[in-house]
Design a protein around this ligand. Structure first.
Ligand SMILES: Nc1nc2c(ncn2[C@@H]2O[C@H](COP(=O)(O)OP(=O)(O)OP(=O)(O)O)[C@@H](O)[C@H]2O)c(=O)[nH]1
Length: 302
């Protein structure tokens, strides 16, 4: 049921509209001042606002501007239909230019009014559907479908922002590279499906081990990265060891008998020479290869 908020200081003049909307299944509320209307709208966001231009105190146009200036995007998106008895072109132009969805003269012809109300609602619902679709597409383009961690592209976007913040405010930042050991052999021996399950297990351990503000991503294949804001080398080494150990332990529950997954982990921390996420990751990557060369299932950092 669409929710309509009428803001009009003389409710008698909108009684016809009110009755019509109630009879046609709308959920209608009436406020008699601009300020009161804004409060009501904030308490429960309406699908559309019918707003009289002339009001005591805050005028209808003031209310419209308040709505459009609001920080809450849901508030800004409420379509506003202005109602006016003035019949001046200038007022209509001003209201529409400010951002009103429509401008209707009183006395209102109910059937035409209802059609314009339906149109305003259609525009709003279509816009909401579009925003949901955009959000979904953004998720698809940012998330690795197998492990539900960020993908490489999104990792770079988020880590670049963190790096800029860390450099600007002289904060610490570290990166951890995690690569599964002998993953080819695991796939060959137990099958690709178990390999996939192992990657999901790795991602679960990463999620459980890291802070909410850490950025976890699958960089490709059997390689993951974590970007840790506000974390120095010591902290990142501790986290890396927790991850390594967590994976070793979780791998006992992965599958039948002898399936085991371990990881080699490289850690690097931001220093003055770093100009990009790449240079930090390259160092973490080099550390990870040292971990491989050192016998795997270990953490190396510098
Ligand atoms: N199951 C599964 N396997 C994958 C996926 N992506 C990459 N792989 C496999 O991961 C393996 C990586 O092998 P390599 O790069 O040779 O490394 P490794 O066998 O782990 O050896 P080391 O890294 O030296 O310990 C390859 O066999 C890839 O096919 C995936 O999404 N699912």
């Amino acid at each position: 049921m669409a929710r309509v908020l009428i803001i009009d200081d003389r409710p008698m003049t909108v009684r016809g509209i009110w009755r019509y909307l109630r009879n046609h299944g709308y959920d209608v509320e009436v406020a008699t001042s601009g300020g009161g209307g804004l409060q009501m709208a904030r308490r429960k966001i309406p699908d559309v606002i019918l707003l009289n231009v002339t009001l005591p105190g805050l005028s209808g146009l003031d209310v419209l501007q308040e709505l459009l200036r609001d920080r809450d995007p849901a508030f800004k998106r409420i379509p506003v239909i202005m109602l006016s008895a003035a019949n001046t072109e200038a007022e209509a132009v001003q209201a529409l230019d400010l951002g009103a969805q429509d401008y209707i003269l009183k006395p209102v012809k109910l059937t035409v009014f209802a059609a314009r109300l339906r149109m305003a609602l259609r525009v709003k619902f279509n816009q909401e559907a579009l925003e949901r679709a955009n959000e979904y597409l953004l998720t698809l383009s940012s998330i690795d479908p197998l492990t539900q961690t960020f993908n490489r592209r999104r990792f770079y976007e988020l880590a670049t922002r963190e790096l800029a913040k860390a450099q600007r405010f002289q904060r610490e930042l570290s990166a951890i590279m995690i690569d599964a050991d002998h993953f080819k052999a695991l796939n060959d021996r137990f099958g690709h499906a178990l390999g996939d399950k192992a990657l999901c297990m790795l991602a679960d351990v990463l999620r459980k081990s890291c802070r909410d503000i850490d950025i976890i991503a699958r960089m490709g294949g059997e390689e993951f990265a974590v970007c840790c804001p506000e974390t120095n080398l010591g902290g990142a080494m501790q986290l890396a060891e927790r991850i390594r150990r967590g994976i070793e332990v979780a791998s006992f529950n992965l599958g039948p008998g002898t399936v085991r997954v371990t990881v080699s982990v490289g850690v690097a921390t931001l220093c003055d020479i770093d100009r990009s996420v790449d240079s930090l990751l390259e160092r973490a990557d080099r550390m990870m290869y040292r971990a491989k060369q050192g016998g795997r299932n270990r953490v190396v950092g510098a």
